[in-house]
Design a protein around this ligand. Sequence first.
Ligand SMILES: *Cc1c(COP(=O)(O)O)cnc(C)c1O
Length: 367
Amino acid sequence: MLSISCPTIGNAEIKRVTKVLKSGLIAQGPEVEKLEIFFAQYCGVKYAVAFNSGTAAIHAGLYALDIQEGDEVIAPPFTFVATASPILMQKAKVVFADISETDFCLDPLEVKKKITHRTKAIIPVDLYGQIYNSEAIGTLAQRYGLKILEDACQAVGAERNGKKAGSFGQAAAFSLYATKNITCGEGGILTTNDFVVAEKAKRLRHHGQSEKQQYEYVDLGYNYRMTDIQAAIAIEQLKKVDQLNERRIHNAEQLTAGLVNIPGLILPMVQKNTHHVFHQYTVRITEAFKTSRSSFIDYLHRKGIGAGIYYPKPLHLCQLFSNYGYQQGDFPVSEKIAKEVVSLPIHPYLTQQNIKYMISTINKYAK
Ligand SMILES: *Cc1c(COP(=O)(O)O)cnc(C)c1O
């Protein structure tokens, strides 16, 4: 089976982890600090703060941006749950806004409709590895005095207008979960240019402890720390992120060239001036396609192609958000896209042979 994702752990990671394991310092320590400096440098920002998950990084980002009870935060419903659940952790209100079908990211016109006097922040998602429409949404945020927390969990290394993911908005969150473009099993990073945001994020990470005095707790906090074991892996992964992303992009280019002109199959669109890092290669199965999406996926699985659906259910229709009174029809683009998407294997370990096999297998079926 060609799996949908495949972690690329090599000898460098194993060597570095072994060193940490033998050092006697295995919780948060010097490796985490090195990772933070390296990650900030890579994204072109001043600060990076490491966490034990991307979810924790998003939560800390909201906390550090002062999102509180009663505040409204705008997010897309077509994303992973952890884009929006941290808004609930801060007892703030989730306000969904629909996506655009050209890039699967927040539609600036829909965002604008959702802004009220209670709106404090927007969480745009760099879905599948492509940066959101940062010009239009950035302009809105400025006009209405809103903060932006970029959910860059799928987009390490992506660029827009020459700027790296993680450098848009007041803060950005990354995930180092096993299926992401680089990984340390579980992990997260918050990036920011704001010293105060970085310090507050560190406070939430460590039990709400005062920055000035140990064992003085000024706020409710958590244990969101990353270990040096994870950081050691992440450092070696970050060294090769560009190389890994290039292989994804190369695979995507070949798939796109091989899958054009299949009726009813819409291929991923790369927006102008963006460097899309293809966390997922996501096609859409529309009316004109030969069969239903589920028959197509069954066929792919029978042929050993591990296709997946990200995401089958928009968040506004999930029980977690049900007390907001959203219903079917509220976000028509998200609802339609959720019924159409299929992600095909695109990870860096796929061989030329694998890609050719996918192309011919799909063409045989659909033409
Ligand atoms: C992976 C992911 C997260 C959460 O990251 P974890 O490290 O799994 O907690 C949040 N948002 C998006 C869009 C993601 O893909």
